[in-house]
Design a protein around this ligand. Structure first.
Ligand code: NOJ
Length: 672
């Protein structure tokens, strides 16, 4: 790991300005400035970029239980600055080297009277945004406490366009919509993506959400019907059932709140502020953590051809697994997921999970035999732990479940929490849920198990600290195309995700459906096949599924793209795009000099130009192009894919026609 760390502590002289105390902190390149101050004794911050205010003065602080205001009556008693610069390497990711370069300002506040309690606020200014967190130091007058409300605000001068999704109790499986800030009438979860009128972007989210409640936002005053400020967003933490937001003991730090300020979509996607605000990797030997491409007993269950539970249509049988393992071995997949392998399923439904057993197979799933077979073929069995939301039941079995996985060579597990509440009482994104998810990831690390968490809390960059957290759901994934009453994911959905949900972390979206007939529902994949291929580049995850039943890949030459596309990258570029309309993404393979490109469009057909000047100047490439075939159309004719090969280099600019909800996927292989 290349590490260059400069630490410089400077005591900052407090500026007295009309009785107000104001501190400023600039990013290393001087473009971004955070202003911190206290007005009427309440702390606030504001942010500007290139001298223009982008976040106007916004309140900070807390309301503790018992109507105890821990937000005003403060005086700044000290402030110090430091500079930090390091470059660290990701175990896997969208790029290898990550620079973590910031200036930091730590402000110590003390109540002027009464208990004279202390609160620190730490700001970091990066070249592409800012982060801040609250620190409650150890002190006599603040030991155990309850946060009744976090008062952090994000206030804006203008009524910007914002991409957001409404908060739900249990998951994030809704569509993102663009609205004016002033039109947000509900509570939304983060991340939210703000489009500025000058074509720039802002992302608001949190990092290192550990032992705290998830941050959601609503318009100030919109919830309690008090005065509503049309362009002011206020934090609304997910509460425990009893209304308390967070239980804490000092010393205690909150997660980081961060704002990315990007000139364009490429900068937005390549901001690493979230990862940089998480703790460095805690796993010493990461050699067992491997990006994975997998198939599995899965789509057939969602299409109702098979069942999770034992019976005539049982999916996860020894025979089916052996068939899938053969296919994986023949086609270069790393693993085979088995859903419905264990005791506890109730017909074809997920039930509340006290009955699930994680070390007990159904009799027709012979783990001994299957694991030996997989081993012989060089394929991994991927485990599945559907908990039905019963986290206590799961935690009681965690060690035995992971030991069972170790015994049978299972090194990745997909977890699931299908229930609107955890243990019938708490919400997934509450402090209760966060504690559980963290415990699973940490315990899994001890057993060298990679986790793919479905129905998670919104990711916040834990993968820097625990890179065995590979991927997750927390999205309206491709399964909606199997059974959703509204017919499936609308074509624009995947043109929005790269710039919203995917910025919070990898998505196990499960692309790769090739057969669009659905006898069991009106839903179906709302794309062309070429777009399905392009999604392997456009949506990022180091754990990627080819979701369809293997029968549907037979005699489909375009399946080759799914076989060859890598899952780990040394570089990522957004070449073009408009959120909600289209995206053109290029990624360079981590293990070779080859590039892969995916372009997708919404429900409109589109002509795009791809400028290949990002390629190495002195190299020639063989481009294998998988594009929408003649008359391809996602509604009437989704299947045609045309495959062409041509030699290209960095001087080429090529035209492509994308069908309605179509796409193009390209492998750019170095010509020897
Ligand atoms: C919902 C998950 O998203 C899906 O992938 C899984 O098959 C079911 N839950 C059952 O666990």
């Amino acid at each position: 790991m290349k590490n260059k760390i400069i630490l410089a502590f400077i005591s900052v002289i407090l500026l007295a300005c009309n009785g107000q105390q104001v501190q400023t902190l600039k990013s290393p390149n001087g473009k971004i400035e955070v202003k911190f101050g206290s007005r009427n004794s309440q702390p606030y911050y504001a942010v500007s970029k290139n001298g223009v205010e982008v976040v106007s003065p916004s309140a900070l602080g807390f309301l503790l239980s018992g109507n105890d205001q821990f937000c005003c009556n403060f005086v700044i008693i000290s402030a110090k600055e430091r500079t930090f610069d390091e470059t660290w390497q990701q175990v896997w990711g969208e790029e290898i080297d990550v620079r973590n370069h910031y200036n930091e300002l730590s402000v110590k506040l003390q109540e002027k009277a009464g208990k004279k309690r202390i609160l620190d606020i730490v700001f970091r200014a990066f070249d592409d945004g800012i982060g801040f967190r609250y620190v409650f130091p150890e002190q006599e007058n603040l030991k155990s406490f309850e946060i009744a409300d976090e008062l952090t605000e994000f206030n804006f001068l203008c009524d910007y366009d914002v991409w957001s999704q409404p908060l739900r109790d249990n998951d994030y499986e809704t569509l993102f919509h663009k609205r004016k800030l002033s039109e947000i009438a509900d509570t939304v979860n983060t991340p939210i993506t703000v489009e500025l009128p000058n074509g720039e972007y802002m992302l608001i989210h949190e990092a290192a959400l550990v032992d705290y409640a998830a941050m959601n936002l609503h318009r100030r005053g919109a919830i309690n019907n008090a005065h509503t400020d049309s362009t002011a967003l206020k934090t609304d933490l997910t509460a425990w059932q009893n209304g308390v937001k967070v239980y804490a003991n000092a010393p205690f730090s909150t997660p980081w709140r961060f704002i990315v300020l990007a000139d364009n979509l490429n900068e937005l996607t390549n901001s690493r502020i979230m990862l940089n605000l998480n703790e460095p990797c805690k796993i010493e030997d990461t050699s067992w953590i491997k990006p994975t491409k997998y198939i599995g007993i899965w789509w057939g269950i969602h299409m109702q051809y098979q069942t999770w539970s034992m019976g005539a249509k049982h999916g996860a049988t020894t025979a089916n697994m052996e068939k899938y393992i053969d296919f994986a071995a023949e086609n270069g997949f790393d693993g085979v997921l088995a859903e419905g392998w264990n005791a506890g399923w109730d017909s074809n439904r997920v039930v509340f999970g006290e009955r699930y057993k994680f070390a007990e197979c159904y009799p027709d799933f012979e783990i001994e035999k299957i694991s030996k077979y997989a081993d012989k073929k060089g394929v991994k069995v991927i485990g599945h732990h559907e908990t039905g939301g019963a986290t206590i039941n799961y935690e009681n079995q965690l060690d035995s479940a992971f030991a069972f996985a170790n015994k049978y060579g299972i090194s990745s597990i997909k977890t699931g929490y299908v229930h609107h509440l955890l243990d019938y009482k708490e919400r997934h994104s509450s402090q209760y849920g966060i504690r559980h998810y963290r415990k699973v990831v940490e315990t899994a690390a001890k057993y060298h198990i990679m986790i793919d968490c479905h129905e998670p809390a919104m990711p916040t960059g834990w993968q820097r600290t625990f890179p065995n957290l590979m991927s997750g759901e927390g999205v309206r994934g491709q399964e909606y195309d199997a059974w959703s009453a509204d017919g499936g994911n609308p074509p624009e959905h995947t043109t929005i995700l790269p710039f919203t949900r995917n910025l919070a972390g990898p998505i196990d979206f499960t692309p790769g459906t090739f057969n669009f007939n659905n006898p069991t529902s009106n839903a179906r994949v709302q794309t062309t096949t070429a777009k399905q291929l392009a999604l392997y580049v456009v949506i990022y995850s180091p754990l990627v599924m080819a979701s369809d039943m293997i029968e549907n890949y037979k005699n489909r030459p375009e399946f080759e793209f799914i076989k060859i596309v890598p899952v780990d990258w040394q570089k990522t570029l957004i070449l073009d795009g408009k959120i909600g309309d289209f995206v053109v993404t290029a990624r360079k393979d981590r293990n070779s000099e080859n590039w892969y490109l995916g372009a997708i469009t919404d429900e409109n057909e589109r002509d795009i130009k791809i400028d290949f000047s990002f390629l190495d100047k002195d190299k020639k490439y063989i481009a294998k192009i998988f594009k929408d075939g003649v008359k391809a159309d996602y509604k009437t004719n989704p299947y045609p894919v045309e495959i062409v090969e041509k030699e290209i280099d960095s001087t080429n600019i090529l035209d492509f026609h994308l069908a309605r909800s179509g796409g193009v996927a390209i492998e750019l292989r170095i010509k020897n």
